[in-house]
Design a protein around this ligand. Structure first.
Ligand code: PGA
Length: 273
């Protein structure tokens, strides 16, 4: 169930500032990141984007973060940024890992945790993902916790069972009041050009919000943002944003095209939600 009327009248929706997040994955080096963020900021300034109405964050590769931080600080940009992953450990003999302390020192607001590419290509279990959520919290970084089912999961268990189980597992022992963004990303929709329908996504996001109510409180669930991710584009974002339990998007491929990403951010203007 969704629809514009519900969005406009729902007080719950108004308590959550939508977040449009760009996951660059392994694209753009530190020099390219400077040009990209500069152009994106100009484009949004040109269109008088109000960051208080729709928050914007980018997730560059780790090697870009210092450059992005320098630019954001120097130009006083309202753009947020974060890491694409965080180590479950704080420091020590973990070659190749990045501590949440380092992300925090670079001014990262967020860290993506448990992206499906980390789960499948790097074997991250729910337990590891949960430990990363806690690591982000230890260092004052808000985890963007990704969950989502594969096609096989969908066929075997239906739409919500696997994402709900992943959310429960990752939140075990977590104080979500320290900050939490949930990103529902069906694995079959990531990079496939075949997004979920807004109704499908809403059904799962509503079930995920119910988990937050059950594990914490309805107050916390009212303020926790749940994003949809998977083949989001400027042409489909508005339909997702009309749904009462979808509070933004985690955008992969389309976040690498400045015009397209800026259009996604400005979904309220150009499509008139
Ligand atoms: P996509 O990726 O927008 O290219 O489907 C989303 C993601 O992996 O976060």
């Amino acid at each position: 169930m969704g629809g514009t009327a519900m969005t406009q009248t729902s007080p719950a929706t108004q308590t959550r500032t939508p977040l449009i997040a760009g996951n660059w994955k392994m694209n753009l080096d530190h020099l390219q990141s400077i040009a990209f963020v500069q152009k994106l900021a100009w484009s949004l300034a040109d269109s008088k984007h109000d960051y208080a109405t729709v928050e914007v964050a980018v997730f560059p590769p780790f090697t870009d973060l210092r450059s992005v931080q320098t630019l954001v600080t120097a130009d006083n940009l309202k753009l947020g940024y974060g890491g694409q992953d965080v180590s479950q450990h704080s420091s020590g003999a973990f070659t190749g890992e990045i501590s949440g302390a380092f992300l925090s020192a670079l001014g990262c607001r967020y860290a993506i945790v448990g992206h499906s590419e980390r789960r499948t290509l790097h074997g991250e279990s729910d337990a590891v993902v949960g430990a990363k959520v806690q690591a982000a919290h230890r260092h004052g970084v808000v985890p963007v916790l990704c969950i989502g089912e594969t096609t096989e999961d969908l066929e075997q268990h239906g739409p919500s069972a696997v994402p709900v189980a992943q959310l429960r597992a990752a939140l075990e022992g977590v104080d979500a009041a320290k900050g939490l963004v949930v990103a529902y990303e069906p694995v079959w929709a990531i990079g496939s050009g075949q997004a979920a329908t807004p109704e499908q996504a809403e059904q799962v996001c509503a079930a995920l919000r119910a988990v937050v109510v059950e594990l914490y409180s309805s107050e916390l669930a009212q303020t926790t943002r749940i994003l949809y991710g998977g083949s989001v584009k400027s042409g489909n974002i508005a339909a997702f944003m009309r749904e009462p339990n979808i509070d933004g998007a985690l955008v992969g491929g389309a976040s690498l095209d400045i015009d397209e990403f800026a259009k996604i951010v400005r979904y309220q203007k150009h499509i008139g939600v």
